[in-house]
Design a protein around this ligand. Structure first.
Ligand code: SF4
Length: 258
């Protein structure tokens, strides 16, 4: 089977992963507390306030565009997720990208039934598709706190296992890590057997501006996470996992290496 063309890229965020990106929805029902896409949508005036973000709507302009072959790896999506409530829109969009000849990095806080459907319907595009599941911790309460409407990490792991068993190229994003060093090592050990490509590890970025610190629970969690993901702690994590062949470090960690 031909492998997806992955390579090390110079860039930030999704720019480290793909050459271009595509989305077909505005808003994301997962409503993660640290969401970078919501912060950008607020800055650009796409949504009026934080409360508008989880109320998804179709991006009619994006959907109306014809798909064509793009240069390099295409990430889909970067500003929303694929859920049982929107898969009837997202799957045709993803299929269109693949049918146009693109190699696609599909990223999700994976719902098991969605991944099963994607693997079933896109079996003929296996050589063009890399499935990346985001799992920042294996602890369900931590995920519930930070990613309140997303599937549990156990369900995401099941979805990853399913894609792996079906013979798809698989990957994990541990960005953002939701806790400290030991939790990250435990998460890496849990996901690594089901990964054919890389496990990307990164800290929680721009935490002071993206998280709503007017909420006392999040204010406290931000303070705790800053200690758990301090410069020295991230270097300790790097020391533990640096020789693991499947680990790739996001810019939030590589910039500390000097
Ligand atoms: S899944 Fe991604 S886009 Fe959706 S709320 Fe979470 S961080 Fe934002």
């Amino acid at each position: 089977m031909k492998s997806i063309t992955t390579k090390v890229r110079n860039g930030f965020g999704t720019g480290e992963w793909a050459d271009t990106n595509r989305n077909c929805r505005i808003g994301c029902s997962n409503d993660c507390a640290y969401c970078y896409a919501r912060a950008n949508a607020l800055k650009d005036g796409i949504i009026a306030n934080r409360a508008a973000w989880p109320i998804e709507k179709a991006d009619d302009v994006a959907i109306a565009k014809r798909h064509f072959k793009l240069n390099g790896l295409v990430m889909f999506p970067t500003r929303h997720d694929t859920t049982p409530a929107n898969i009837q829109y997202n799957l045709p969009y993803l299929t269109g990208l693949l049918a146009a000849g693109n190699e696609v990095l599909f990223v999700s806080k994976a719902n098991l039934s969605c991944i099963q459907e994607i693997c079933r319907q896109l079996v003929n595009f296996k050589s063009q598709l890399l499935i990346r599941v985001t799992i920042g911790s294996m602890h369900p309460l931590l995920c519930k706190f930070w990613e309140r409407n997303a599937p549990s990490p156990q369900e995401r792991l099941q979805a990853l296992q399913h894609a792996h068993e079906q013979g798809f190229e698989t990957s994990v994003s541990m960005e953002p890590m939701l806790h400290g060093v030991e939790d990250a090592v435990e998460t890496f050990r849990a996901v690594e057997p089901f990964v054919t490509e890389k496990v990307w590890i990164g800290a929680m970025n721009s935490i002071d501006t993206r998280v709503d610190k007017s909420n006392p629970n999040f204010n406290k969690a931000v303070a705790d996470l800053k200690k758990l993901q301090s410069h020295s702690e991230l270097l300790r994590l790097h020391g533990i996992l640096k020789d693991e062949p499947k680990v790739s470090w996001k810019e939030s960690i590589t910039k500390l290496l000097g």
